[in-house]
Design a binder for this molecule. Structure first.
Ligand code: NAI
Ligand code: MG
Length: 351
């Protein structure tokens, strides 16, 4: 039997509510399928840990995580007691950077039983691959002439290595899905980096004649996410473009409480990390009403990453059936609790 060793960091706020029920869902799936098992090791890192120890995680935190197959994270942040820049940089950003998690993957999917703000969402199902290590988010640049004619220069950095890595992953994902890949560009306005990105995309396209590859300028693409999201399968984008697109993707799905994300390490040298898009939601923490779907869906992405796609699909199908049956938390118009939703998902899961 295959065993997966998973580092679990519930973190703060509703992370402590949605993570435990997600582990129940995973254990239930393992029992049902019978050919894998999960071994969870929980780490109490986060803001409580910070208030006690003066750091969000121990010095050797990254080292402790290295030996795991993946990291499942809830949410981090306790803004009343710990400034957000400390909680964010002391844990999340440290892990993403320290483990070379260079791609961020986020699905946007029309979810059955959930109201999209689009009048006619027509079953869109998109996966956005965002380059997450460079691009527009770089520290290269600076400011001069402070207090006079001040100026700032912010340089975007595009390496062949990181661009190829993201684009190649886009093609791989497209080949496992519906065979269509769209590159987000802006080579009409940004005259150095984006033509470079386009060139690499065109080169790699030639290696994949079976994939329907095309490019769209990011402004048009943002509009298409609203006007015809059903036209897209996989999208590959630079850091900034991917950041913006994934927020639109989350918005057209209907709730932040269901949106998942994955931070992938592409070298295989470090574990990848799976976390929902939402934060610790201090406004609802302790009431047992947090929507667990974002967390459960990110666990599903973890299973996809392991290659356990059957189990992964059965979880997502059960989640959709649960929502469709009206077993939903308040943020998406229902009255059920976190635990009730997770139990219903377990009940509906099928081999
Ligand atoms: P948030 O995502 O925690 O909450 C925004 C709103 O959405 C709140 O009204 C909340 O109740 C609701 N919400 C979020 N997730 C939900 C769920 N699963 N079910 C039902 N409702 C849900 O964002 P906010 O309020 O800006 O940040 C709160 C704290 O979380 C801050 O400390 C922030 O830094 C941190 N944060 C952490 C993130 C992470 O760990 N990846 C991401 C975003 C924020
Ligand atoms: Mg964003």
């Amino acid at each position: 039997m295959k065993q997966y060793n998973i580092a679990v960091i519930p973190g703060d706020g509703i992370g402590k509510e949605v993570v435990p029920v997600t582990l129940d869902v995973l254990n239930h799936a393992a029992e049902l399928f019978g050919d894998v098992s999960f071994h969870f090791t929980e780490f109490p890192w986060g803001c409580d840990y910070y208030l006690e120890h003066g750091e969000m995680m121990p010095e050797d935190g990254i080292e402790q995580l290295e030996k795991f197959d993946a990291i499942l994270l809830g949410a981090v942040g306790d803004p009343e007691r710990v400034p957000d820049h400390i909680s964010l940089w002391g844990l999340l950003i440290k892990i993403r950077g320290g483990m070379d998690q260079s791609l961020n993957i986020r699905p946007a999917k029309h979810f059955k039983g959930l109201e999209s703000p689009l009048a006619n969402p027509r079953d869109f199902d998109i996966m956005v691959v965002r380059e997450n290590s460079e691009g527009e988010y770089s520290e290269v640049g600076g400011r001069i002439h402070k207090g006079q004619d001040e100026m700032a220069i912010q340089n975007a950095v595009f390496t062949r290595k990181a661009s190829e890595r993201a684009i190649r992953y886009g093609f791989k994902l497209a080949s496992e899905r519906r065979g269509k890949l769209t590159s987000a560009t802006k080579s009409n306005g940004i005259v150095h980096s984006m033509p470079f990105w386009d060139e690499i995309f065109a080169e790699i396209s030639k290696e994949h004649p079976e994939i329907k590859a095309n490019k769209n300028h990011i402004d048009a693409l943002a509009a298409f996410f609203v006007s015809k999201p059903q036209d897209f399968d996989v999208i590959v984008a630079s850091n900034l473009f991917g950041d913006i697109l994934t927020d639109i993707g989350g918005a057209i799905m209907g709730s932040i409480g269901i949106a998942p994300a994955a931070n992938l390490n592409m070298t295989g040298d470090h574990p990848s990390m799976f976390e929902p898009v939402h934060g610790s939601a201090p406004d609802i923490f302790g009431k047992g009403i947090a929507n667990p779907i974002g967390q459960i869906w990110t666990a599903k992405m973890m299973l996809d990453h392991f290659g356990e796609t059957k189990m992964a699909d059965s979880i997502l199908t059960a989640v959709e059936e649960t929502t469709e049956a009206g077993v939903k938390t308040g943020d998406i118009g229902g009255r059920s609790t976190t635990i009730e939703v997770a139990n219903e998902v377990c009940k509906r899961m099928k081999v």
